[in-house]
Design a protein around this ligand. Structure first.
Ligand code: GGG
Length: 358
């Protein structure tokens, strides 16, 4: 198979981890006889520094022409500490999602048995958990009108959803549920928010087309609690942009760490694959980041982007093997025991490639 992949490393730990996602794709291409060519582009703080724009036109053009995008992260401490800055790294990410029509962000909560102990939740509660989140990506407060009063003392972000936005992601989530355990939980705040009432009534309509899937509606506050109390109750979770962002960070603790979760954003144009973690600038350049979420993002790119199931499974199985042999990055190493061999970013990346070639 011949494919052209655009790599956007971004900011902070983005470049450190994306290097290993890309290396894994190169090794898979060699092993299976595929021809993957790679190009690179700027986005986020690095793009602002180089061009003044968090999403340069050149990046967007390359993105539209490529067959898949492997992305790292955006963000920088400078902007976190100064909310008055108008041009911000995250604007690049939001704009590329909008421009590529990437309305569905799939976030699998993949729990490796070896990492049951890495979570602060009891292993017996976690074991067997397998959740696929569908986070809506082109609506909500992210894209609604933002205002600030003249005296700067009042601010608003408009939470806005259109019926078609809910419909299109609901179809994708139901279709995924049909291929899994046929259970879908739609998460909203319909007791308070009008946009959530539209969300719920739209999902109720779409549900009629999927009678084989059991539908449940849950308020976000209850979902946040159930995720910790009884994560096995979930199969496919369908939710809005902001709720999905928050719930999946919470769910990363089921998988052991933010450094273990990958995501796939799909929609109208090129698919976009990235770890769910941000730029983590506090650990950038220190060889402390976990490259496994980027390698798992590469696996999603192969499976969802190119339909290469066997290749994707090999990457996931290889990570499982590495973990079974006791290798860990700092974020997933249980500090109370010296049972594990704790590795830096580069050592972990190299080890995955070594196991992959065996
Ligand atoms: N790899 C994910 C990433 O870079 N996240 C940073 C971020 O600002 N994301 C905005 C959002 O998805 O809500």
């Amino acid at each position: 198979m011949k494919k052209n992949i655009l790599v956007i490393p971004g900011d902070g730990i983005g470049p450190e981890v994306t290097a290993w996602g890309k290396a894994a794709l190169e090794q898979i291409a060699t092993a299976f006889g595929h021809e993957f060519t790679f190009d690179e582009a700027l986005m986020g703080h690095v793009a602002i520094e180089a061009t003044g724009n968090p999403l340069p036109d050149e990046t967007l053009e390359k993105a539209k022409k490529s067959d898949a995008i492997l992305f790292g992260a955006v963000g920088h401490a400078k902007y976190d500490n100064d909310p008055s800055l108008k041009v911000r790294p995250e604007q690049g990410l939001l704009k590329i999602r909008k421009e590529l029509g990437l309305f569905a962000n799939l976030r699998p909560i993949l729990l490796f048995d070896e990492l049951l102990q890495a979570s602060s939740i009891k292993p017996e509660i976690l074991k067997g958990t397998d959740i696929l989140f569908f986070r809506e990506l082109t609506g909500d407060v992210y894209f609604g009108k933002k205002t600030r009063s003249e005296d700067r003392n009042t601010a608003s972000d408009l939470m806005i959803y259109h019926r078609y936005e809910v419909e299109r992601i609901a179809h994708k989530a139901y279709q995924a549920a049909q291929q899994r355990n046929k259970r879908l939980c739609s998460v909203d705040k319909a007791n308070v928010l009008e946009s959530s009432r539209l969300w719920r009534e739209t999902v109720q309509e779409i549900a009629k087309q999927y009678p084989d899937v059991e539908t449940e509606h849950m308020f976000i506050d209850n979902a946040a609690m159930q995720l910790i109390k009884n994560p096995k109750k979930f199969d496919v979770v369908l939710t809005a942009n902001l709720f999905g962002d928050i719930l999946t960070d919470e769910a990363s603790q089921i998988a052991g760490s933010m450094g273990m979760l990958a995501s796939a954003s799909v929609g109208e144009l090129t698919g976009f694959y990235e770890p769910i973690h941000g730029s983590a600038h506090d650990i950038a350049g220190k060889d402390l980041a976990n490259p496994l979420a980027s390698i798992l993002s590469a696996a999603l790119l192969l499976e969802i982007g190119f339909g290469l199931k066997e290749e994707a499974k090999l990457l996931v199985d290889t990570i499982d093997q590495v973990l079974k042999e006791g290798f860990r990055t700092h974020d997933i190493a249980d500090q109370s025991t010296n049972r594990f061999k704790v590795l830096g970013t580069a050592e972990m990346g190299k080890l995955v490639l070594k196991f992959l070639s065996q």
